[in-house]
Design a protein around this ligand. Structure first.
Ligand code: DX5
Ligand code: ZN
Length: 224
């Protein structure tokens, strides 16, 4: 099933509840929360207090994408604040198996993320325990960047491995997803589509979300 996860990074932080409500009215079914620490990525965003407020503002699952060093140290805080899904970067985890289990112990879905330069093969030993795999299609740190087409083959590969080994993780894509790229990512196998700029950048978030979802669903019907 295709789902749209608007990234609030591109929304007006003074009106987050409204932004989420508009995107939800357009069909968004997951809220993507970009957490940056100024170390793992060159930008600082938000943390558990904002997640706690969002928890009261929406019934949709909160997908917390942790672009931080030492994620183990903060998983309990995000879970207590109301995160439903928590993803960590392969590049930030020395003990990835332990970290994914820690997320599950807090009753959240556990996701693992790979940067554009990181091969799918680095996840080989954790794909059986991941609930979802997030393929970054830009280098993380900022919204509104250009989609990197060479990441598409990783979505395809993840779909192939899942079928071959009988795993059940879902495939998420994040970065530069918009009307011009959505068909490609869906055809490559992405099912959870993160979009920041394309939803909140300009115009009406409700209409933008609806148009993206429409385009994604027709691309998925055309998939062979
Ligand atoms: C990038 C973030 C993304 C980003 C997506 O570091 O993880 O979630 O906000 O934004 P767009 O859709 O604008 O590329
Ligand atoms: Zn993200």
């Amino acid at each position: 099933m295709i789902e749209l996860a608007p990234s609030i990074l591109s929304a007006d932080f003074a009106h987050l509840a409204d932004a989420v409500e508009r995107a939800t009215a357009g069909g968004a079914s997951v809220v993507h929360v970009d957490v940056m620490d100024g170390h793992f990525v060159p930008n600082i965003t938000i943390g558990p207090p904002v997640v706690k407020s969002l928890r009261r503002a929406t019934r949709l699952p909160l997908d917390c994408h942790l672009m931080i060093e030492n994620p183990d140290q903060y998983i309990a805080d995000f879970a207590e604040a109301g995160a439903d899904w928590i993803s960590v970067h392969q590049e930030a985890c020395r003990h990835l198996n332990r970290t994914l289990h820690l997320i599950k112990q807090h009753e959240c879905l556990a996701g693992v993320v790979i940067n554009p330069a990181t091969p799918v093969e680095t996840l080989s030993e954790v794909l059986d325990i991941a609930d979802y795999v997030l393929v970054m299609s830009v280098n993380p740190g900022f919204g509104g960047q250009k989609f990197i087409p060479s990441t598409l083959h990783k979505m395809r590969k993840l779909a192939e491995i899942r079928a071959a080994r009988g795993y059940s993780y879902r495939i998420e894509v994040d970065g530069g997803v918009g009307m011009d790229t959505v068909a490609q990512v869906v055809q490559a196998g992405a099912e959870i589509l993160v979009a920041g700029n394309a939803v909140f950048g300009k115009g009406d978030a409700r209409a933008n979300a609806a148009a993206l979802l429409d385009a994604a669903r027709s691309a998925s019907l055309q998939k062979v």
